[in-house]
Design a protein around this ligand. Structure first.
Ligand SMILES: Cc1cc2nc3c(=O)[nH]c(=O)nc-3n(C[C@H](O)[C@H](O)[C@H](O)COP(=O)(O)OP(=O)(O)OC[C@H]3O[C@@H](n4cnc5c(N)ncnc54)[C@H](O)[C@@H]3O)c2cc1C
Length: 382
């Protein structure tokens, strides 16, 4: 066990927020900082991986909010590190809905169902959520939908009859798309409002995480081959206990090291804060604990599939497509990576759930069974 000298600030976590905080401190002349990172890398949930001859993103993949009046700082960082990106447009997904046997639903049918679902959602908000529907009808292009937030949970018991619930695979898929994605966040979303409605997919061998490396290079020492060599950044340091008092902060890591500082910045995820990985002595105030517990974070699973050939339609407005299954939310969202990596024959399917641990799967042609290939191919028999 060793006790390093006291520093001004300890930053827990070397993801984009931890490194950004450290950079700002360094720019303001606060040089005696220590960054404690649990893993052996910086970037956190920005994490690239080689797969099928290209680089795919395990975590963040999109730069969201571009083209507006206010410049998006992430977009600026991407420009600074010459990150290759390509425009990405989810709004066409609703016209590319496939059934279980591989047939695409006719555009008019999908549009009609979508319009009905938006109407029903607005009706629900009017009936149950308060006097007006929270403004904004869905429908329009770009980021989508309408009423915000649910109006503080209106009284459902008094409603004369509940609006009809979705039943068919098409209705279920649209319901999922609308409620779990487009309307899931309070509108208007400040990201779109401030930075614009365009979205770009990062498609660069360097990975999204290169932004974090660029930032780190501004204040940390690197070797000539790009390895970080700076004792202000300590890897494999899992913070387990934070003691705080008027006289300062004492942090203990899993390997028994103790760090003292005047201040600490905690940049770990909400998921970590909701677990009991880090104990606070004394514990955080009740109002803060409650706020952390109330933040609902979904588990977002990305599954990349590589095939020996392309059997899906490509071209304009075909980037995203929807699978309509009898079970709501069952592998609903698909994306073909042709825009990002032409010729890669890679599909991405994502799943959001509250129940399972985050996994990112890579399934290459070598491991995917013929049975699975045959199950997927029919989805695209047009
Ligand atoms: C699958 C997925 C897809 C996403 N897609 C997008 C997207 O397309 N666009 C977008 O903008 N955002 C996306 N996000 C969100 C984005 O990745 C995060 O908002 C962002 O990376 C968070 O950065 P952060 O620095 O705040 O946290 P993190 O990146 O989580 O960094 C926290 C760091 O703290 C470290 N840490 C945790 N616990 C401890 C401990 N006890 N002791 C020491 N260190 C610890 C972690 O190892 C990590 O390095 C996605 C996230 C995921 C998981």
């Amino acid at each position: 066990m060793e006790t390093p000298s006291r520093s001004s600030v300890i930053i827990v976590g070397a993801g984009v927020s931890g490194i950004a905080a450290a950079k700002i401190l360094a720019e303001k002349g606060v040089e005696d900082i220590v960054i404690l990172e649990a893993t052996d890398r910086i970037g956190g949930r920005m994490h690239k991986e080689a797969f099928g001859g290209v680089t795919v993103e395990l975590g963040a993949g999109w730069i969201v909010g571009v083209g507006g009046k206010v410049p998006n700082p992430i977009w600026e960082l991407a420009a600074k590190s010459s990150l290759r990106t390509c425009p990405s447009d989810f709004s066409n997904a609703r016209y590319n809905i496939y059934d279980r046997s591989g047939r695409i639903f006719p555009g008019e049918l999908a549009t009609d169902s979508y319009r009905k679902a938006v109407g029903s959602a607005i009706e629900k908000l009017r009936k149950w959520g308060g006097t007006d529907g929270g403004g904004g009808g869905g429908g329009g292009g770009g980021g989508g939908g309408g009423g915000g937030g649910g109006g503080g949970g209106g009284d459902f018991s008094g409603a004369a009859e509940p609006p009809s619930s979705p039943k068919t695979p098409l209705e279920l898929a649209i319901d999922f798309m609308l409620h779990d994605y487009e309307m899931a966040e309070a509108q208007p979303r400040s990201t779109y409002l401030d930075y614009g409605e365009q979205e770009y997919l990062v498609a660069d061998e360097k990975g999204y995480e290169d932004l974090v490396h660029q930032m780190a290079q501004d204040f940390l020492s690197f070797t000539s081959v790009g390895k970080i060599l700076d004792n202000r950044l300590q890897f494999n340091k899992v913070v387990r206990e934070i003691r705080h008092s008027r006289s300062g902060i004492t942090i203990t890591t899993e390997d028994g090291c103790i760090y003292d500082a005047s201040y600490a910045i905690l940049s770990v995820s909400i998921g970590v804060l909701q677990s009991d990985l880090i104990s606070f002595q004394p514990s955080m105030p009740r109002w803060k604990m409650e706020a952390i517990e109330k933040l609902d974070v979904t588990v977002y699973t990305k599954i990349y599939l590589k095939f020996p050939y392309k059997f899906w339609p490509c071209g304009p407005k075909k980037e995203f497509f929807i699978y309509a299954h009898e079970r709501r939310g069952y592998y609903t969202f698909w994306q073909q990576m042709e825009n990002a990596y032409p010729g890669s024959n890679i599909l991405l399917v994502s799943r959001e759930t509250h129940l399972i641990k985050m996994i990112v799967l890579f399934i290459s042609w070598h491991v995917i069974s013929k049975w699975r290939m045959h199950t997927l191919v029919p989805i695209f028999l047009l």
